[in-house]
Design a protein around this ligand. Structure first.
Ligand SMILES: Nc1ncnc2c1ncn2[C@@H]1O[C@H](COP(=O)(O)OP(=O)(O)OP(=O)(O)O)[C@@H](O)[C@H]1O
Length: 327
């Protein structure tokens, strides 16, 4: 069902001279969804996000928010707000002034501005640091201020460009659960650009995988993970093997592979690495056609019948675990 706040990309295209960074992509972001735009460096994620925000011109196509074409409006008139990778806080303004900045530009009076800024700071749990300057804040605190500053415009869609990449790994995991919680509380759409598959899996209701300027696959996160449509998606999301069989290429999750007696399994080969990972052991074998295939075994299964590099091994899986891939 369509909603007034759905965001639709229609044949959206970005060209920089001879380079086509985004090639006629179509997608409907349902209102209230946490979506991650995922893909390798240079695939066109940031260009897409910047076109949605109005920080980059649209070369061709349309951006519709609730059916209204916003693709050629100035950023402040779109109903979107963007949070940048570097947070882009003004160093000479304190936290409250940074958060209230867009209201100042609109001519809102100082009392109202301060009140609105404090409400937003409350939302991100930062009221106690309202008078600090940005360089007196930690990375995570700066990120919260940047979020509050983007949200004060009451956007219908929040656009986030690699919002966690400047944080250390520990803080990144904490902040991603805060982002998720905030999105659920606000009920607005978040579109979050990342090249990290674990970040996308942890956060997103929906994943849009981009490659070479086009959308390779999009859908609910678990559907995309469980049923990658192409070898690229399977490999980019990780935890899958792409295996060439007589009937064509299939993706099989590493944790769906099991060891079997050579000669009585779908594949056989020799073990080339055994890697202990704590709860699991990753065992990689070289099989027919020089293919490397990894089985992720629970530590209990592996140590119940340990194997060594160089041993012959059979690898098997249930028929339903193999997903045929599009060429
Ligand atoms: N201002 C520009 N002028 C010319 N080419 C550009 C410009 N910005 C981006 N590109 C090119 O467009 C393509 C897509 O870039 P974009 O930044 O959208 O990719 P990305 O997926 O966000 O990559 P990253 O994860 O590295 O930021 C790349 O080939 C890039 O070199």
């Amino acid at each position: 069902m369509r909603s007034d706040l759905d965001l639709e990309l229609v044949s959206l295209t970005k060209r920089y001279g001879d380079t086509t960074a985004v090639d006629a992509i179509n997608h409907l972001f349902h209102a209230g969804t946490y979506a991650c735009l995922l893909g390798p460096s240079g695939c066109g994620k940031s260009s897409t996000l910047r076109m949605l925000a109005g920080h980059e011109t649209v070369s061709d196509g349309n951006v519709l928010l609730g059916g209204r074409d916003i693709g050629r409006l100035p950023p402040a008139k779109r109903g979107t707000a963007m949070m940048f990778q570097s947070y882009a806080l003004f160093p000479h303004l304190n936290v409250t002034e940074n958060v209230g900045f867009s209201l100042k530009m609109k001519g809102t009076d100082p009392d109202k501005r301060r009140k609105a800024a404090m409400e937003m700071l409350e939302l991100v749990d930062m009221t106690h640091l309202a008078d600090r300057l940005p360089d007196q804040l930690s990375g995570g605190q700066q990120q919260r201020v940047a979020l509050a500053r983007a949200l004060i415009t009451r956007p219908q869609v929040l656009l986030l460009d690699e919002p966690l990449s400047a944080l250390d790994p520990f803080l990144r995991v904490r902040m991603r659960s805060e982002l998720r919680k905030l999105q659920k509380e606000l009920g607005i759409s978040f579109i979050h650009v990342t090249h990290g598959q674990d970040e996308a899996l942890a956060l997103a209701d929906e994943i849009v995988v981009m490659n070479n300027a086009v959308i390779e696959q999009a859908g609910p996160t678990r559907d995309v993970f469980d049923r990658p449509a192409t070898a690229f998606v399977a490999q980019f999301l990780g935890s899958h093997n792409v295996i060439s069989l007589a009937e064509g290429k299939v993706a099989v999750r590493s944790d769906e592979l099991r060891l079997a007696t050579p000669g009585a399994a779908k594949l056989e080969g020799r073990i080339i690495t055994v890697e202990y990972q704590g709860t699991h052991v990753a065992l990689t074998a070289k099989v027919a056609g020089d293919q490397e295939v990894t089985a992720l075994l629970t530590d209990k299964d592996f140590f119940g019948a340990p194997k060594d590099v160089g041993e012959a091994v059979g690898l098997d899986w249930d028929g339903t675990a193999a997903h045929p891939l599009r060429a």
